[in-house]
Design a protein around this ligand. Structure first.
Ligand SMILES: [Zn+2]
Length: 75
């Protein structure tokens, strides 16, 4: 996945996301807790915004298609 293929990211969120190494980004996307599945899942169709100084990814669980979110704290 390339940075350019993220149309639903705000500009600051895109810049924050781009600053994370690709290998870590992949790990973050494939390790999102789903409250319905009760285990870590892959997030799909996600958007990105900055909330409270952290990057918030909001998307769908790859397995049950429920809403899942991941906050990536600013290091
Ligand atoms: Zn799920």
């Amino acid at each position: 996945m390339t940075i350019e293929s993220l149309p639903d990211f705000t500009k600051p969120a895109r810049q924050r996301w781009a600053s994370i190494p690709a290998a870590i980004r992949e790990r973050l996307l494939s390790n999102v807790w789903c409250g319905k599945c009760r285990h870590a899942v892959t997030i799909t169709n996600f958007s990105g915004t900055i909330r409270g100084g952290n990057l918030l990814l909001l998307g769908e669980c790859a397995e049950c298609h429920g809403t899942v979110a991941r906050v990536i704290e600013h290091s």
